[in-house]
Design a protein around this ligand. Structure first.
Ligand SMILES: [Zn+2]
Length: 408
């Protein structure tokens, strides 16, 4: 044994504290009163999970809010705001901003990540190159999987598809989409599915943000997922329009998604900021209800999406804060539902990303996060911080709780 973590409460069984033994980068044993370690860490009865999982974050365009003009009026379009900035983004610029954001993710307990990387003739493959270099430089602390996608349109932007194919040939494991910003959204979805089949990669598409449910791209995604039997390999992000549907209608849609094997990532910070822009009062919240989706069998995650850019001007890379934000927006109450939200930052997110080697179990990689709480519901309700993180058995993060200097 290299280390025994004493007295920690697993998120899925927080009533019973256990010891966790780490050896050669893996979890070697879990149980009461383990002995034989060269060193010990006393978790003091705190919560433990196998790392937080960020399933959707744009590292490449984080931290550019100070380069963007302020929006005029209620309507905002983050894509046309960012587009003019792209030609000036060098690999070094992207790397530096992405690294700052990544380091914030690490100290907030994230040990696995899927990051969306935009590719088009204005950006070229510079974002992809920067993120691959960053993933390599930080593999001691996190596993990063890039999802390449066209942000500014595919069918209306000649040269984009060729660059996407170059990235797929260079090993990009996941392909994304943003049909809302294409002059022909359905044609983009069709083309992206065709490319995914050709290159045998998973799909993770931005879908259905907007003011009405009249047109929903998810309907085409459902057809193609079923037609090509891609269940379990398709994720749709946002799905903000689900929040515009009455419960019976959104429940029917949730069951269709579950049956088709399509998972959903909800991005509360962005959708709260972007939705309801057609109104100047009585502004709707516009965030899909993950507990409702989960209740109908959909695999769901909660994620950050953007940090300090025109789609999401705020953020500190704390996934636990995102779950807390979601609980506030959706008026979530009760320990059980808060616990579900925590699992949508961890266990369920790992399932959504098809991570086979994730979990607090013997033989899995020793990715361990100790959180300053005794239950997952407390962590979400109080935005409790991680105090210690190990990646494959190596300590990567230490955070001290603040101290109050009471007069003697
Ligand atoms: Zn996104």
């Amino acid at each position: 044994m290299d280390l025994i973590i004493k007295n920690a409460r697993p998120v899925t069984a927080a009533d019973t504290p256990v010891d966790i033994a780490l050896a050669a980068g893996k979890i070697a044993a879990i149980g009461p009163n383990l002995i034989g370690g060269a060193a010990t860490y006393d978790a003091g009865g705190r919560l433990v999970c196998a790392g937080l999982v960020e399933t959707h974050i744009h590292l490449d365009k984080s931290r550019i809010i100070d380069r963007c003009p302020l929006p005029e009026g209620r309507r905002v379009n983050p894509v046309t705001t960012v587009a003019p900035l792209k030609p000036a983004m060098t690999v070094e610029d992207i790397y530096t901003r992405a690294e700052t954001t990544l380091r914030e993710c690490l100290v907030n307990g994230t040990t696995r990540m899927r990051t969306q990387v935009e590719i088009d003739p204005a950006m070229g493959l510079r974002g992809f190159e920067a993120i691959r270099a960053l993933a390599d430089a930080y593999k001691w602390a996190i596993d990063i999987e890039p999802c390449v996608f066209p942000q500014d349109g595919l069918t209306n932007y000649p040269g984009t598809e060729e660059l996407l194919v170059d990235a797929l040939k260079a090993g990009a494991p996941v392909l994304g989409a943003a049909p809302r910003y294409d002059s022909d959204p359905t044609a983009q979805v069709d083309r992206i599915f065709a490319l995914a089949r050709e290159h045998d990669v998973d799909l993770d598409l931005h879908l259905d943000v907007g003011d009405s449910t009249e047109h929903m791209d998810v309907r085409r995604v459902l057809e193609l997922t079923e037609q090509y039997k891609l269940g379990g390999r398709v994720v749709v992000g946002h799905m903000a329009k689900l929040s515009l549907m009455p419960p019976a209608e959104s429940a029917a849609m949730a069951r269709r998604l579950a049956d088709a094997g399509i998972a959903v990532t909800v991005l509360p910070a962005t959708d709260l900021y972007l939705m309801g822009r057609d109104r100047d009062h009585d502004v709707r919240r516009g965030v899909a209800d993950v507990n409702h989706l989960h209740a109908h069998g959909v695999t769901c995650s909660l994620s950050s999406n953007n940090i300090l850019n025109p789609a999401t001007p705020y953020g500190d890379c704390s996934l636990i804060r995102i779950a807390n934000l979601h609980a506030n927006i959706l008026q979530v109450v009760g320990a059980q539902r808060l616990r579900e939200l925590f699992l949508m930052l961890s266990e369920h997110s790992a399932r959504l990303l098809n991570l086979k080697d994730y979990g607090l179990a013997v033989g899995k990689p020793a990715d361990i996060v100790i959180i300053d709480a005794t239950t997952p519901e407390q962590a979400v309700a109080e935005i409790r911080p991680p105090l210690a993180v190990w990646k494959r058995g190596q300590r990567t993060v230490t955070r001290q709780p603040p101290e109050l200097h009471t007069p003697a």
